[in-house]
Design a protein around this ligand. Structure first.
Ligand code: HEM
Length: 199
């Protein structure tokens, strides 16, 4: 089940700082990887507006089905126009600010867990299903490589990948919980309506 986080968070609470375990499906983020991510973020953050736009324009190029999820962009045919769109810039910044919060919370996994689960729940209401989430991490990684130039290493790539796997795994859990919750609410409503009609 899940993102293999609860027992691992406990371990961190016990003060085992050398292996801060964040990561889904058996992946673990070590303290040196967390430090690496934080260092690289200091460089990336100077360009977050640009990165946000690149990530989403590339996402729409490589996976056009994702564009349909966005009410504002679904009818835009010329993706080049999106590069200067104020709305896409604002959206990209919202996503980047979430990544910033996630990086800051790599030392407080319980808080990061809540944040990412809540985000997954809101994505249920945006009709953005989990099968698309991993694309964002992949596009983020290719967008930041040229910014970090020779500071980019295979180890750093691995660390970012693990962080994205972890966050998107939690988002998926949040999405599925919200889905279940809504199905229960719908079937309860249907039952009440049937009972009322029968009375
Ligand atoms: C790692 C993956 C992703 C992250 C971290 C992320 C993050 C966010 C954040 C922070 C927001 C702002 C609103 C809120 O906090 O609820 C948002 C909104 C939204 N996201 Fe995502 N998102 C991801 C993937 C996706 C994908 C793949 C899609 C579509 C296929 C999508 C569609 C949307 C939509 C439609 C909104 C609402 C419109 C808006 O705020 O501009 N998201 N996302």
């Amino acid at each position: 089940m899940g993102c293999a986080i609860s027992g691992l968070a406990e371990k961190a609470d016990l003060g085992e700082k050398s292996t801060h375990d964040a990561g889904g499906r058996g992946e673990h983020l070590r303290q040196d990887q967390i430090d690496m991510i934080k260092e690289s973020w200091k460089v990336i953050r100077d360009d977050i507006a640009k990165v946000g736009i690149i990530v989403f324009v590339r996402l729409f190029e490589t996976h056009p089905e994702c564009k349909d999820v966005f009410f504002l962009f679904r009818d835009v045919k010329d993706l080049e126009r999106l590069r200067t769109s104020r709305e896409l810039r604002a959206h990209g910044l919202r996503v980047m600010s979430f990544i910033e919060k996630s990086v800051a919370r790599l030392d407080q996994l319980d808080r990061l867990e809540l944040l990412a689960m809540e985000l997954g729940k809101s994505h249920y209401h945006y009709n953005a299903p989990p099968k698309y989430y991993s694309y964002v991490g992949a596009e983020f990684i290719s967008a930041v490589q040229p910014i970090l130039k020779d500071r980019w290493t295979a180890e750093l790539e691995e660390a970012w990948k693990t962080m994205f796997q972890y966050v998107t795994c939690l988002m998926k859990q949040g999405y599925e919980e919200e889905d279940k919750q809504n199905q229960v609410a719908v079937s309860t409503k249907e039952r009440v309506e049937k009972t009322n009609t029968a009375l």
